[in-house]
Design a protein around this ligand. Sequence first.
Ligand code: AMP
Length: 596
Amino acid sequence: MSRPAHPIEPSSDQITKLSSSFSKVPNLTDYAGEYMRFTWRDAWRLLDGLPGEKGYNIAHEAVDRHAAGPKADKVAIRWLGKSGDRREFTYRDLSEATSRFANALINLGVLPGERVFVLMGRLPELYVAVLGALKARCVVSPLFSAFGPEPIATRVEIGDGRVLVTTLGLYRRKVESVRAKLAGLAHVILVGDETFEDAGLHAWSALMETASASFAIAPTDPEDMALLHFTSGTTGRPKGAIHVHGAIAAHHMTGIYALDLHDDDVFWCTADPGWVTGTSYGILAPLTNGVTSVVVEAEFDAQTWYSVLQRERVNVWYTAPTAIRMMMRLGSDVVKSYDLSALRFMASVGEPLNPEAVVWGQEAFGIPFHDNWWQTETGGIMIANFAALPIKPGSMGLPLPGIAAAIVRRLKNGGVDGIDTPMVEGELALRKGWPSMMRGYLNEEERYRKCFVGDWYLTGDLAKRDSDGYFWFVGRADDVIKSAGHLIGPFEVESALMEHPAVAEAAVIGIPDPTVGEVVKAFVALKPGHEPNENLRKELLGHARKRLGPAVSPKQIDFRANLPKTRSGKIMRRLLRARELGLPEGDLSTLESDEK
Ligand code: AMP
């Protein structure tokens, strides 16, 4: 079981409840009443549906319906480039560009249901590609641009990618070496650099120029697959969580309730679209709610971020604990030197938000950070601290209207038992039935089935609920690692290390880090004839980094003569972690061979 770097037990002084001050009446003022009254059927009424009752398509709800109405000339996306350039796309512009891309895919012979992967930084074309592919009823799968060739190849292969939209630089560095493995990848579309000449590659601009800017979305069933988001488990290869077009109802409602989006808001989600937050809230929720979304191409830098908040008059800001902790290090005086008077609501997601960070928000910005919880599989925010409710620093908050959450204990007979006693730890479970719940792991029925007991989806997170109904994160029930908000599967890292000729066995764990939550640490046993030394350590670090990319590769490697294993031969990462951190070693009855 992995515990967060910052244990967040509520102590009496931490339960100082913080309340926001409102410059606008929050959308959700009567939580209890709304929770009782809410039905997803009512929520669907806030969407339009395709003209002629031809179903629901995410791109219609997010773009075309606004382009056809009074918001046509409103800025949908304001893009701020790394070198100071700035481009604005109205809902009409976005509708035309996404229509062009949908037509471009069809001109290439790409069919509905086929998978379009996107691999690039936060460039405007990424947003056009995602929404255009959804219009063409293709399935979009975003990849993180800091992945190395291995994670990219694995995901494109599992997802049966037919199209990849990327840049020439990323293609050369990360895809070219693995392309031969990807037999189904018929088209690579390159954004930005038009000077290449290779066969099998298309220039984005050439495809877009010849494609028509008008496109009528074909009938789309809300249960049609729309997005494939990869996530990791303790064992096995990455899992492709399937999301459907109807998920947009949840993106819409959670934008209203948990992010408190109002019609004239300027919204900024700092997450990379290579991960689920960057898609659900960096693209879809703000657009379906018709607000203006700021997209910042540059990577994190505290002062740059404050300037963006000030200059763009951002009203609602959705960010993550690692960034908040980095900002905290610079102190609150820096924040106060900016005019952030437009900022009304701040939220955070992705990893435990330590109580001090919530309180620091209040001190530095005059408003607290509102922590919320969800995961790739849930597709949207499930538990949140709301604008109008008191915040308990360190708590993830209360379930959204339409979401039933519980703390459960797994039983030996395969069932679960609800835990009603306050502050008793168990697994966080959600009752199925909300629109953005994953519909499966691609081609992995058994892994998907195991997530459910009866009507309940078991999240793999350990948590507690207090007597006011607030949920408190405890840790993961499995061995996945959360580093800078990115979920890392130990198996993927171990497999890359094992490809090195000197490595006999590898085990990977997360160790606490005050800034990024956890960092990846590997333990390696060498094959006979190889001696542990500093050069080999560096070589292995470099090998892993080259294959996996900086976001996933281990930061530390220790050599061991043997790794602790169970009788069935499974490496006991839990034990390695306990020893590394000086924690109790727990039940060792299945331990067969030991490292010592
Ligand atoms: P991902 O699927 O990559 O979005 O990761 C989801 C996991 O991140 C959850 O299952 C949690 O373990 C963790 N997580 C997300 N939000 C929070 C939060 N607010 N507090 C603590 N952990 C979180």
